[in-house]
Unconditional design. Structure first.
Length: 96
C-alpha cells in the first residue's frame, strides 16, 4: 500500500476482523489513512472478485509454506541451542 510494505490483503484482513481504518493505521505506522480508505473502498466495490483473489493467494501461500517445511523441517529450540553451542566451541579462541 503506497510506500508501505503492508499489503492490501493484510489491510482487508484487519478490516474484515472489524478494525476501523484508523485502528489499522495505528497498528502500521507506515500506512496513510487515505490509502487504507482507498483499499477498503476498492475492496468493497469489487468484493466478490477480491474475495476470490484473496482466497487464491492464501491457498498459494499455504502450498508454498508446506513445500518449504517439507524441504526444511522445523527445528526444535533444543536443537538450535545445541547448534549454537557447537558453533561457539568451534569458533572459540584457542587456549595455550
Amino acid at each position: 500500500m503506497g510506500k508501505s510494505r503492508v499489503g492490501f490483503d493484510l489491510v482487508v484482513h484487519h478490516f474484515n476482523q472489524g478494525q476501523t481504518p484508523e485502528e489499522i493505521v495505528r497498528a502500521y505506522d507506515t500506512l496513510k489513512l487515505v490509502d487504507v480508505y482507498g483499499a477498503i473502498a476498492y475492496y468493497l466495490r469489487h468484493k466478490e472478485a477480491m474475495d476470490a483473489c484473496l482466497k487464491q493467494w492464501n491457498e498459494e501461500a499455504e502450498t508454498r509454506r508446506e513445500e518449504h517445511e517439507a524441504k526444511h523441517p522445523p527445528i526444535s529450540r533444543a536443537e538450535l541451542l545445541k547448534r549454537r553451542e557447537a558453533a561457539e566451541i568451534a569458533h572459540a579462541p584457542a587456549r595455550d
